[in-house]
Design a protein around this ligand. Structure first.
Ligand code: FMN
Length: 485
């Protein structure tokens, strides 16, 4: 897919709120300010999404796995299926983008393409899809499999899956519905066509039974950082979530990912890199550090060991907490990049198992930073200006208070520095991120021109939005029918 920016705006900082139950710190639910039962109610998420919108954030994002994680004895779980939850949040918000995680391993492209098109229409163009291949071992058993498919097999299926979803979104053009009462023509069937896809994993006739999304496609987000994860991102993703511990690692990842885009006919600005940061914010540095210590004091080592075992794909529950990390072979069929990050962190800093658990407790490998709003803003600005990030995945340590702190203290500081928007100037998620609406490759330019003319004659409507967002497309782009079909 080629995308073209809608304007030559200056480089803008982007902020996405990564919302996880009671917060990202693994002991958040035990904190005195947190009410764990609230995380099982819609109101908890309505309040949080409205806070994100008050802070003018680009989007809120919900992670998901299709199994109850094995450690629910000691921690909360994400109760709600993200597309369902975000449909409810679409009605409680007006601007903030809504990014749902959905698996390409345990879904079917037709149902998922339809669900995302629905969310996009229902929210007025605010849907985003965090495309995951489901690296966890627990999920396979819920779908009749003995173990998760191998890493490469998951990415191969994810490739066909997303191409097929794109072909389905393109199969029912958004201008196909004419609803001309006088002639009795409801839809222009020249603009609706089957895709007749027969691939390695799927056979789908199409067309989709819903019009093309408001945004053309929902914003496509991805978070794999292995070699195949990065190649996948370079080909399809428009935003990438990533865990990076140090500025140098983040710069290397950023440069690597951006350099891969040209091979896919894309430009560096067509993909935004958003590392995670869990900011623990205090009025003073001492207060922030005390908050971090208070949270770490609530850690349950048994839970930490189980988490570490999952991240390293290596049984460690009997490990000596005060000894070094036992030898762990590199590589996994699960989450490759996170395993490497943990091994690197442990080796670089020579941590004991207990210290490693503590370092991972705040963000599961994402960067945790405790400081004042000014210090947090310094970190964000530094990474943004030094080639490490286009924005950040903000991971509040506790919810809702951690997001309140960020919106009330850090956002104004970023605005004072001229780094962040002071009002929403756009309405769709793609527009917030400065990304173009992809043209429908099934329509020739001539067809589009003719169609617009007919449409204007018949309804008097002028499709300036469509003209505007697709004006940068070349004739070749528009005539290419490069569907997965
Ligand atoms: C910020 C972030 C959020 C993620 N959210 C999910 C999720 O909700 N569900 C999921 O199955 N995987 C999630 N992942 C995992 C990735 O989709 C991917 O499986 C992982 O990064 C390993 O990919 P790799 O083996 O290519 O490195 C997330 C990763 C990151 C960095």
């Amino acid at each position: 897919m080629s995308s073209t920016p809608t304007s030559a705006a200056p480089r803008a900082l982007h902020l996405n709120a990564f919302i996880l139950s009671t917060g990202h710190h693994e002991a958040a639910w035990r904190h005195p300010d947190v009410e764990p039962a609230r995380a099982l109610t819609l109101q908890h998420y309505v309040d949080i999404a409205r806070t994100a919108e008050r802070g003018l954030l680009d989007s809120v994002f919900f992670a998901d796995g299709v199994a109850l994680h094995g450690n629910v004895k000691h921690n909360t779980h994400s109760a709600f299926e993200p597309l369902t939850l975000l449909s409810a949040l679409a009605a409680s918000t007006t601007h903030v983008g809504l990014i749902a995680t959905a698996s390409t391993t345990y879904n079917h492209p037709y149902t998922l393409a339809r669900a995302f098109a629905s969310l996009d229409h229902l929210s007025g163009g605010r849907a985003g899809w965090n495309i995951v291949t489901s690296a966890g071992q627990d999920e396979a058993g819920n779908f009749g499999l003995k173990s998760r498919p191998d890493h490469e097999a998951r990415y191969a299926r994810a490739t066909e899956f997303v191409q097929l979803a794109q072909a389905l979104w393109d199969s029912f053009d958004d201008e196909a519905v004419i609803a001309d009462k006088a002639s009795g023509i409801y839809a222009d069937t020249n603009l609706i066509a089957p895709i007749n896809h027969k691939g390695e994993h799927f056979e789908v006739r199409g067309p989709l039974n819903i019009r093309r999304p408001v945004q053309g496609y929902p914003l496509l987000v991805q978070a794999g950082s292995s070699e195949s994860g990065k190649e996948y991102a370079a080909r399809f993703a428009e935003a990438v979530f990533t865990a990076q511990q140090t500025l140098e690692e983040a710069q290397e990842f950023y440069a690597d990912l951006k350099a891969r885009l040209a091979a896919h006919g894309r430009r560096p600005q067509d993909l935004l890199v958003l590392p995670g940061i869990s900011p623990i914010i205090g009025r003073t540095e001492e207060e922030a550090k005390a908050k971090a210590a208070e949270l770490n004091g609530l850690i349950n080592p048994a839970y930490g060991l189980a988490q570490l075992s999952t991240m390293l794909d290596h049984e460690l529950t009997e490990a000596d907490l005060d000894g070094p990390l036992p030898p762990v072979a590199a590589g996994t069929e699960g989450n490759q990049s996170r395993k490497q990050l943990v091994l690197d962190l442990s080796a670089r800093e020579g941590l004991t198992v207990r210290q490693l658990i503590e370092r991972l407790a705040g963000g599961r490998g994402h960067r945790v930073f405790a400081g004042t709003a000014v210090q947090v803003a310094d970190q964000i600005q530094g990474w943004f200006e030094e080639g490490a990030a286009d924005g950040f995945n903000i991971m509040p340590p506790t919810l809702p208070a951690g997001l309140d702190d960020f919106v009330e203290q850090v956002v104004p500081e970023l605005q004072r520095r001229g780094l962040f928007r002071t009002e929403y100037t756009s309405s769709t998620l793609r527009e917030h991120y400065g990304l173009a609406r992809p043209a429908n490759p099934n329509l020739s330019r001539q067809h589009q021109r003719q169609h617009r003319q007919t449409d204007q004659d018949q309804t008097g409507r002028d499709h300036t939005d469509r003209d505007h967002t697709e004006q940068g497309q070349t004739e070749q782009d528009l005539t290419t029918k490069e569907n997965a079909a």
